[in-house]
Design a protein around this ligand. Structure first.
Ligand SMILES: [Zn+2]
Length: 199
């Protein structure tokens, strides 16, 4: 049986419900080289990690709705006024004011291209992406920063035009709900659950 912890916020307080951790029986680690001498134990543990998104929550909510949100400093007194950030930055790094959230889905569809990329044949613990993973750094017209994501169809190349796709069926509310495919990819070739935008 898996652990069942869920969290709801009510009256501005976190309300955990269910199991948040479980300890399974341990097992000895013994040496096959030395007469099965005891060397240690394994300690199986399951836990639910509570990850709060704070001011970035609108970004993750929007991915499942087929929209890519960015932020921009709109303070006329700031030397960086008009600068657009993707990844989504809650505050301007220059004036520390609260940035304006805006929808850059169309901008991404029209101007996204691969700045550089790397292909990983092996990955770390808890990775859920199929390998090899095609990590891509994406640049956009008029955006000051570069976004790290992954290519779901085809092979990456520097300068390749790509368009965003979104996991609109059973979204995970994580960055994995956003991926990219080469411009011109057909809708039927997208990974299961993904769409170019929410219908
Ligand atoms: Zn600013």
């Amino acid at each position: 049986m898996s652990i069942t912890g869920t969290v709801t916020v009510r009256d501005n307080k976190y309300r955990p419900k269910g199991d948040f951790h479980r300890v399974e029986p341990n097992t000895p680690i013994r040496s096959a080289d030395e007469g099965w001498r005891l060397l240690g134990v394994t300690n199986p543990r399951e836990m639910v990690y509570i990850h709060s998104y704070g001011g970035e929550a609108p970004f993750f909510e929007s991915l499942g709705r087929g929209r890519l949100l960015a932020t921009r400093c709109d303070d006329p007194a700031c030397g960086m006024q008009g600068t657009v950030y993707q990844p989504f930055r809650i505050h301007c790094i220059d004036c520390l004011g609260r940035n304006t959230v805006f929808d850059m889905t169309e901008l991404a569809q029209k101007t996204a291209r691969i700045h550089t990329f790397m292909v990983c044949e092996r990955s770390g613990a808890f990775n859920v992406l199929p390998t090899p993973i095609k990590f891509i750094n994406i640049e956009f017209d008029g955006v000051a920063t570069i976004l790290m994501s992954y290519l779901s169809v085809g092979e990456p190349a520097i300068g390749m035009r790509v368009v965003p796709i979104f996991r609109t069926v059973d979204p995970t509310y994580t960055i994995l709900d956003l991926s990219w495919v080469p411009e011109g990819t057909r809708a039927e070739d997208l990974p299961q659950g993904f769409a170019f935008q929410d219908e």
